[in-house]
Design a protein around this ligand. Structure first.
Ligand SMILES: [Zn+2]
Length: 219
């Protein structure tokens, strides 16, 4: 498996190539759009490793969530007034610990060894979700399409890198992958229900975003 830094680097390279390509065919007008596409591709290159137990993306996301929850709790007590300082601080610490240890553990149990984050339906889900999310905030048809594309490019780069690294190590020697799923570029996970849910989600999201996809679909 490639590590966090290799994935960041590969995501940045593919995001850069993608952004330059989109600008060169005239689909992005400003440099801000190009920058946005670049950033989305990098995020796409991080996302698959959310299912790794102690991966940096998991730590970053749960660190932010725990801090946010603790801040909200402290702020709420402060607004209400009448609480002792030590009480507020302990409440904040408890919430931080609850999110960091409790919810993170639940999340890990739910995603452990499923392998669906490293699969082709996951690329489609990530790209379609990016489109779904961006159309809540923007109405530029081309921009929404290219954001979906940037997510797909970043996500695909991650899986491709994992695929390469699972076949050979840096020294070129064959390497036995410890993952349950043999190839990150497969159409399914080891669990049939998870695979079915993933493809159902793909179908639902395609249907939701049909307006943006019609151009490329044979319908
Ligand atoms: Zn990975």
């Amino acid at each position: 498996m490639a590590n966090f830094y290799q994935h960041s680097f590969a995501g940045a390279i593919s995001g850069l190539i993608y952004a330059v390509f989109i600008v060169s065919i005239g689909w992005a007008e400003s440099q801000w759009t190009a920058l946005l596409l670049f950033a989305v591709a990098i995020i796409g290159a991080f996302l698959p490793d959310l299912d790794h137990d102690e991966g940096i993306p998991v730590r970053i996301i749960f660190g932010l969530l725990a801090t946010l929850a603790a801040t909200l709790v402290v702020y709420w007590h402060y607004l209400k007034g009448g609480f002792a300082l030590w009480y507020i601080l302990i409440a904040g610490l408890l919430i931080f610990a609850l999110v960091w240890f409790g919810i993170k553990r639940l999340f890990k149990m739910a995603t452990h060894h499923r392998g669906i984050y490293h699969s082709i339906p996951a690329i489609l889900i990530a790209a379609l979700l990016a489109m779904e999310l961006s159309r809540q905030y923007m109405d530029d048809f081309r921009l929404i399409q290219t954001i979906g594309g940037a997510m797909a490019v970043g996500y695909f780069t991650h899986l491709l890198l994992d695929e390469i690294f699972s076949a050979v190590t840096m020294t070129g020697r064959p390497f036995r992958s410890t993952r349950v799923t043999a190839s990150p570029l497969s159409y399914r996970s080891n669990s049939l229900p998870v695979t079915l849910i993933a493809w159902a989600l793909v179908a639902l999201l395609i249907w939701r975003n049909l307006d943006f996809l019609k151009e490329w679909l044979p319908i």
